[in-house]
Ligand binder design. Structure first.
Ligand SMILES: O=C(CO)[C@H](O)[C@H](O)COP(=O)(O)O
Length: 429
C-alpha cells in the first residue's frame, strides 16, 4: 500500500495565522496544505498565492467547493498556485465537465466533495467517468455536529470506486488510522490539528497513526453518555457560545464556589418557599440529574437548605439550580455540593405540597423542560433544549478547541484583538 497522504485543512479566517499553523503542521508531517473554504472566502486567491510561495515543496489544495462556473473557478485557483482544486460532487454535470476541461488545460487535479450527495456510490462512478481525479468522502462540519460520520461514508465507497478516495470530516488520529485501513489514500484533517495548541504534535500523532493503520474495536457509547462526556469537558460559557450566546440564566450564581453541575433537568415549580415539592423531587431524580427549581423568583423565603442538599448528594444528584433563595449556605459550601441560586436568606417556607414536579417552568428568564440539559459552573447556568443537546455539546467542544489555539497564540505574545482580527471583522454599517 502506498504511503497515505496527510492533508491539513486550514479552515481559518486569517492568512497570517494560517501560514503559521501550516508551518507547524508541516513540521508534524502534513503533506498537502488545504486552503480551507472559510480562508478562501475571507482572503480570496491571495491565500492560495501566499501559501504556494511559502510552502514550495507541498501541494496546495484549494477547497473552492465549486458549484457553478467550473472553468473559471478552476482557472483562478490553478493560476494562483493550487495543484488540486475541490468541486462539489453535487454540482451539475455541465459544471463538472467544464471544471475537468479547465483542470486539464492548466495541469491541475480535481477533487470532488461528496458533501450532501444522496447516492454517493453512483455519483462517484459518474464523477470518475467524467474525469475527476479524487473522490472526497466528506461529512461537513455542521453535519458532524448532528452525528454524521465520514468513516461511515467512506466505508460505503470501499471497493466501489476506481479513483483514489480522500476522506474528511472530524477525523482525529484514531479515526484517521481507521480511514486508511478502510481504503482512503488521502486523509484530510482540519479542526483536530489546526485548533490544537500544539499543532505540530497533533499533526505528528495523525501522521504516525495513518502510517500504521489499524481498526480498533470501539466501545459503543449511548448518546446520553456522549452528551454528558462532552458537556463535562466544556464550560458554561463554551455552551452559550455554541448556542449563539443564548441559553444563559440571568442573575444566578454558585453558592458553593468552584463546582460544576451537568445533567438533564428535573424541574420543580414551588410557591412561597414551600419546600415539599423540591424535596420530593430528589426522589424523582436519578443520579446525574440536575434539580431546577422555580420559586417564582422570590428571595425572601428559601425552598432549599442543608438537609435537602445532604439528601440530594446521597442520591447522586448532580446539582441544584434555584430561581430564588437558598439557606444554610455555609453547610452547603462545606459539602462541596453544587447549588446555584439568585439569593440567600435564612428562613424557609412551610411544606404544604404546593407546586408541581416535571412540568415546564421558567427559571431566571429561561424556559426549562424536564430532560433539557443543564451546564452550570462558576460563570453561571446554561440550559440546552433536550432535542439539541447532542449538537450543542459537539459545538461547545469545538468552541473549547478553538480557544485552545487562541490561548496559545496569546501566550506567544499576540493580543486577543490581533489573533481575532477584531478591526477587520467589525460590522460595517
Ligand atoms: O471542508 C471542510 C469543511 O467544509 C473541512 O476542511 C473538512 O471537514 C476537514 O475539517 P474537519 O477535520 O475539522 O472536519
Amino acid at each position: 500500500m502506498a504511503t497515505p497522504t496527510l492533508q491539513v485543512a486550514l479552515d481559518l479566517l486569517e492568512l497570517d495565522r494560517a501560514v503559521e499553523i501550516a508551518g507547524e503542521a508541516v513540521r508534524g508531517g502534513a503533506d498537502w496544505i488545504e486552503v480551507g473554504t472559510p480562508l478562501i472566502k475571507s482572503e480570496g486567491m491571495q491565500a492560495v498565492r501566499v501559501l504556494r510561495e511559502r510552502f514550495p515543496g507541498h501541494e496546495i489544495v484549494a477547497d473552492m467547493k465549486i458549484a457553478d462556473t467550473g472553468a473559471i473557478e478552476v482557472e483562478m485557483a490553478a493560476k494562483s498556485g493550487a495543484g488540486i482544486v475541490c468541486i462539489l460532487a453535487d454540482a451539475d454535470d455541465t459544471v463538472i465537465v467544464e471544471a475537468v476541461r479547465s483542470a486539464r488545460k492548466y495541469g491541475v487535479r480535481l477533487m470532488a466533495d461528496l458533501i450532501n450527495v444522496a447516492d454517493p456510490v453512483s455519483r462517484s462512478r459518474e464523477l470518475a467517468a467524467l474525469g475527476v481525479d479524487y473522490i472526497n468522502a466528506h461529512v461537513g462540519i455542521d453535519q458532524q455536529m448532528i452525528g454524521r460520520s465520514s468513516l461511515d461514508l467512506l466505508r460505503r465507497l470501499a471497493g466501489e470506486v476506481g479513483t483514489p478516495v480522500a476522506v474528511a470530516g472530524g477525523l482525529d488520529a484514531e479515526t484517521a488510522s481507521e480511514a486508511v485501513a478502510a481504503g482512503a489514500s488521502v486523509v484530510i484533517v482540519g479542526g483536530n490539528i489546526v485548533k490544537a495548541a500544539d499543532v505540530t504534535g497533533a499533526a505528528r500523532r495523525v501522521r504516525e497513526a495513518i502510517d500504521r493503520p489499524e481498526i480498533r474495536p470501539r466501545e459503543e457509547e449511548s448518546r446520553d453518555a456522549v452528551i454528558r462526556r462532552l458537556f463535562e469537558g466544556v464550560s458554561a460559557p463554551n455552551v452559550t457560545d455554541a448556542m449563539h450566546r443564548k441559553g444563559a440564566m440571568a442573575g444566578i450564581v454558585s453558592l458553593s464556589g468552584r463546582v460544576r453541575a451537568v445533567g438533564p433537568a428535573v424541574t420543580v415549580r414551588t410557591v412561597a418557599g414551600d419546600w415539599a415539592k423540591p424535596v420530593e423531587a430528589i426522589d424523582v431524580a436519578g443520579p446525574g440529574d440536575v434539580l431546577v427549581i422555580s420559586n417564582d423568583g422570590r428571595t425572601d423565603v428559601a425552598p432549599w437548605g442543608e438537609l435537602a442538599t445532604h439528601s440530594a448528594k446521597n442520591r447522586g444528584v448532580s446539582g441544584i439550580v434555584i430561581d430564588g433563595a437558598a439557606r444554610d449556605v455555609d453547610d452547603i459550601r462545606a459539602m462541596g455540593f453544587p447549588v446555584f441560586a439568585t439569593a440567600t436568606v435564612p428562613n424557609a417556607g412551610d411544606p404544604k405540597g404546593l407546586g408541581e414536579i416535571n412540568t415546564e417552568i421558567t427559571c431566571c428568564g429561561q424556559e426549562v423542560r424536564p430532560g433539557d440539559w443543564i451546564v452550570a459552573d462558576e460563570s453561571g447556568v446554561v440550559v440546552v433544549p433536550r432535542e439539541r443537546a447532542y449538537e450543542v455539546a459537539r459545538r461547545a467542544m469545538e468552541v473549547r478547541k478553538t480557544e485552545e489555539r487562541i490561548r496559545e497564540e496569546i501566550r506567544r505574545g499576540k493580543t486577543l484583538s490581533e489573533v481575532s482580527e477584531l478591526l477587520k471583522w467589525e460590522r460595517r454599517h
